[in-house]
Design a protein around this ligand. Structure first.
Ligand code: SF4
Length: 108
Protein backbone atom coordinates (compact mmCIF):
# COMPACT_ATOMS: atom_id res chain seq x y z
CA UNK A 1 0.00 0.00 0.00
CA UNK A 2 1.19 3.49 -0.79
CA UNK A 3 2.44 5.20 2.37
CA UNK A 4 1.04 8.61 1.39
CA UNK A 5 -2.47 7.42 2.10
CA UNK A 6 -4.21 7.11 5.45
CA UNK A 7 -6.33 4.06 5.98
CA UNK A 8 -7.09 3.57 9.63
CA UNK A 9 -7.79 6.91 11.29
CA UNK A 10 -10.60 9.40 10.83
CA UNK A 11 -8.78 12.55 11.88
CA UNK A 12 -5.22 13.80 11.80
CA UNK A 13 -3.41 16.28 13.97
CA UNK A 14 -1.96 19.21 12.06
CA UNK A 15 1.72 19.37 13.01
CA UNK A 16 1.89 23.17 12.68
CA UNK A 17 -1.15 24.21 14.69
CA UNK A 18 -1.76 21.13 16.80
CA UNK A 19 -5.41 21.21 15.78
CA UNK A 20 -7.33 18.18 14.57
CA UNK A 21 -8.14 18.19 10.89
CA UNK A 22 -10.36 15.97 8.79
CA UNK A 23 -8.73 13.78 6.22
CA UNK A 24 -9.25 14.32 2.52
CA UNK A 25 -10.78 11.60 0.38
CA UNK A 26 -9.41 11.55 -3.16
CA UNK A 27 -12.71 10.09 -4.38
CA UNK A 28 -14.36 13.40 -3.46
CA UNK A 29 -11.82 15.42 -5.47
CA UNK A 30 -12.45 16.66 -8.99
CA UNK A 31 -9.01 15.36 -10.01
CA UNK A 32 -9.87 11.73 -9.20
CA UNK A 33 -11.05 10.22 -12.50
CA UNK A 34 -12.41 6.84 -13.45
CA UNK A 35 -10.70 5.37 -16.53
CA UNK A 36 -10.88 2.07 -18.42
CA UNK A 37 -7.73 -0.03 -18.58
CA UNK A 38 -7.29 -2.88 -21.05
CA UNK A 39 -3.72 -4.12 -20.65
CA UNK A 40 -4.22 -6.96 -23.13
CA UNK A 41 -5.44 -4.63 -25.90
CA UNK A 42 -8.60 -6.64 -26.50
CA UNK A 43 -12.24 -5.73 -25.88
CA UNK A 44 -12.06 -6.36 -22.14
CA UNK A 45 -11.23 -3.73 -19.58
CA UNK A 46 -10.92 -3.07 -15.87
CA UNK A 47 -11.92 0.13 -14.10
CA UNK A 48 -9.08 2.18 -12.65
CA UNK A 49 -8.84 5.57 -10.98
CA UNK A 50 -6.16 8.15 -11.63
CA UNK A 51 -5.26 11.57 -10.27
CA UNK A 52 -5.32 14.07 -13.13
CA UNK A 53 -3.23 16.46 -11.01
CA UNK A 54 -0.37 13.96 -11.25
CA UNK A 55 -0.09 13.32 -7.52
CA UNK A 56 -0.03 9.53 -7.66
CA UNK A 57 3.42 8.28 -8.57
CA UNK A 58 5.36 5.06 -8.35
CA UNK A 59 8.87 5.14 -6.92
CA UNK A 60 10.26 5.19 -10.45
CA UNK A 61 8.23 8.33 -11.25
CA UNK A 62 5.61 6.66 -13.45
CA UNK A 63 1.97 7.46 -12.89
CA UNK A 64 0.21 5.13 -10.47
CA UNK A 65 -3.40 4.11 -10.92
CA UNK A 66 -5.59 2.21 -8.49
CA UNK A 67 -8.35 -0.34 -8.78
CA UNK A 68 -11.77 1.31 -8.73
CA UNK A 69 -12.95 -1.03 -5.97
CA UNK A 70 -10.31 0.51 -3.64
CA UNK A 71 -11.00 4.19 -4.38
CA UNK A 72 -12.73 4.88 -1.05
CA UNK A 73 -9.44 4.01 0.72
CA UNK A 74 -7.49 6.81 -0.95
CA UNK A 75 -7.25 9.52 1.67
CA UNK A 76 -4.56 11.95 2.72
CA UNK A 77 -4.01 14.65 5.33
CA UNK A 78 -3.65 17.47 2.83
CA UNK A 79 -3.25 18.11 -0.87
CA UNK A 80 -2.59 21.43 -2.59
CA UNK A 81 -4.59 20.29 -5.65
CA UNK A 82 -7.67 19.05 -3.76
CA UNK A 83 -10.95 20.40 -5.16
CA UNK A 84 -13.92 19.03 -3.27
CA UNK A 85 -16.96 18.00 -5.28
CA UNK A 86 -19.31 18.13 -2.32
CA UNK A 87 -19.85 17.13 1.29
CA UNK A 88 -17.34 14.39 1.94
CA UNK A 89 -18.69 12.09 4.65
CA UNK A 90 -22.08 11.46 3.03
CA UNK A 91 -20.49 10.96 -0.39
CA UNK A 92 -17.92 8.47 0.91
CA UNK A 93 -20.56 6.55 2.85
CA UNK A 94 -22.69 6.18 -0.29
CA UNK A 95 -19.63 5.32 -2.38
CA UNK A 96 -18.55 2.56 0.01
CA UNK A 97 -22.03 1.06 -0.26
CA UNK A 98 -21.98 1.08 -4.06
CA UNK A 99 -18.41 0.02 -4.87
CA UNK A 100 -17.78 -3.49 -6.15
CA UNK A 101 -16.07 -5.68 -3.57
CA UNK A 102 -13.45 -6.91 -6.06
CA UNK A 103 -11.86 -5.94 -9.34
CA UNK A 104 -14.29 -6.64 -12.17
CA UNK A 105 -13.72 -7.28 -15.87
CA UNK A 106 -15.96 -5.53 -18.41
CA UNK A 107 -16.41 -5.79 -22.18
CA UNK A 108 -16.47 -2.70 -24.46
S1 SF4 B 1 -5.41 16.15 -6.42
FE1 SF4 B 1 -4.83 15.42 -4.37
S2 SF4 B 1 -6.81 15.03 -3.33
FE2 SF4 B 1 -7.21 15.17 -5.54
S3 SF4 B 1 -7.15 13.05 -6.29
FE3 SF4 B 1 -5.09 13.93 -6.56
S4 SF4 B 1 -3.98 13.35 -4.68
FE4 SF4 B 1 -6.16 13.09 -4.26
Amino acid sequence: MDSQFVTDVSVAVCSESGTRTSKIYCANCINCKLVPSNPDGDDRYFLRVRCTAGKWKKKNGEEKVYKYCTVARRSIYSCDAYEAMGESSEFIRDLKNSLPVKDELFIF
